[in-house]
Design a protein around this ligand. Structure first.
Ligand SMILES: *Cc1c(COP(=O)(O)O)cnc(C)c1O
Length: 387
């Protein structure tokens, strides 16, 4: 890695696995034909896409035919949520989601509200968790679709997708899951997990940016209306020329992830414990989410009397996020942390550390030390604010 910074922002994006980088490079040199073309060169591109589909299908334990390629999780979320809501709109117009979903989901629900759908916005508990019983209690006869994320990108909080999915199956409600922070990081077996639609993106698990997928379960009533129109590719569900090289890269990243998911989880658990041990004694520090459960690659902390943007400057050369990367241009407190009941001031002081495969214990110890120093320094500069 580059020496002049310490990267702890793996929830925003990950570097390419070196083997994936090599694969992309090789593919780009030799594979360029349109995979829809009926000639020898086109067949090579098609074979590459089929190989990638098999590798991703193996990671998720699904049939490769259930996977639709997209440009990433934003597009998958858009297609999964808007596409399924519209496909089923003749049956009913009630939808359910969580206040702490990614913008790629919440903004789609807001659009659907303008189209005449009715959305119930569930609030998680103070730890960020959705109680499955609370979820069940808002379902109605006309509820057609729910969207509940797997691992929250800001806090690492994990929802009980198995319980929520079982409730959805009983009530004939489709469940879409934004699994951008989960795929390749925690074991997901879609033969066992009752999920109908699942969104993922390669660049969160050491694959290339600009390629993702939407899983669409092969079940009656589980279909999506397209949101893009053009050629006949991918059964018209998502037309457009497929990038064979990116799909090959995603496939290899999925295969690598599958082979080391447990090793990665153990590594991340150690790192998160070491990081927390280094900062837990800072006065007024609080974990956003839950340190015991939740995805171990993310530690989000707030601290009283400190402002996040100044903290970020003090923390240089450590690359972390305040709030979430998507919102970091605005000074608005994170809506995710507000939904957990954090005050504006505490939400504004939030720092998200997210660790990855290349992260070392030395990295997190340095980051922890730096965090302690930064908080102390800012409190020295403005002692009156530290109330
Ligand atoms: C990163 C992320 C997205 C968006 O993925 P892109 O591939 O960047 O479009 C959506 N949802 C969650 C939870 C994410 O972490």
């Amino acid at each position: 890695m580059v020496d002049d910074f310490i990267y702890l922002d793996y929830a925003a994006s990950t570097p390419l696995d070196p083997l994936v980088a090599e694969r992309l490079h090789d593919c780009r040199e030799s594979v360029f034909a349109n995979p829809s073309s009926n000639h020898a060169a086109g067949r090579i591109s098609r074979a590459m896409i089929e190989g990638g589909a098999q590798q991703l299908a193996a990671l998720l334990n699904v049939d490769p035919g259930t996977l639709i390629w997209t440009s990433g999780a934003t597009e998958s979320d858009n297609l999964g949520v808007a596409g399924a809501a519209r496909f089923r709109s003749h049956r009913g117009k009630h939808l359910v989601t969580l206040l702490t979903e990614h913008k790629a989901v919440t903004d789609v629900f807001q659009m659907l509200e303008k189209e005449g759908f009715e959305v119930t916005w569930l609030k998680p508990d103070a730890g960020g968790c959705l109680d499955p019983a609370a979820f069940a209690s808002v379902l109605r006869e006309d509820t057609q679709l729910a969207s509940i994320m797997y691992v929250n990108n800001e806090t690492g909080v994990m929802q009980d997708i198995e319980a929520i999915g079982s409730i959805c199956r009983e009530r004939d409600v489709l469940l879409h899951v934004d699994a951008a922070q989960a795929v390749g990081k925690i074991p997901i077996d879609l033969q066992a997990l009752p999920v109908d639609l699942l969104s993922l993106t390669a660049h969160k698990f050491y694959g290339p940016k600009g390629i993702g997928a939407l899983y669409i379960a092969n079940r009656p009533g589980c279909r999506v209306d397209p949101i893009l129109f053009g050629g006949g590719q991918q059964r018209r569900i998502r037309p457009g020329t497929l990038p064979a090289d990116l799909i090959a890269g995603l496939g290899l990243a999925a295969e690598i992830a599958q082979s080391r998911i447990e090793t990665d989880l153990e590594h991340l658990g150690k790192l998160r414990r070491a990081l927390w041990a280094a900062i837990r004694d800072v006065e007024g520090v609080l974990v956003n989410g839950d340190i015991e459960s939740g995805f171990p690659g993310i530690l989000n902390v707030s601290v009283s009397g400190i402002e996040g943007e100044s903290l970020l400057l003090e923390l240089e050369p450590i690359c972390v996020a305040t709030g979430s990367a998507c919102n970091s241009k605005s000074q608005e407190p994170s809506y995710v942390l507000r939904a957990l009941g954090r005050s504006d001031r505490l939400a504004q002081s939030a720092v998200r550390f997210s660790m990855g495969r290349p992260t070392t214990e030395a990295d997190v110890e340095f980051a922890g030390r730096r965090y302690r120093q930064a908080v102390a320094r800012l409190r020295d500069l403005a002692p009156e604010a530290a109330a």
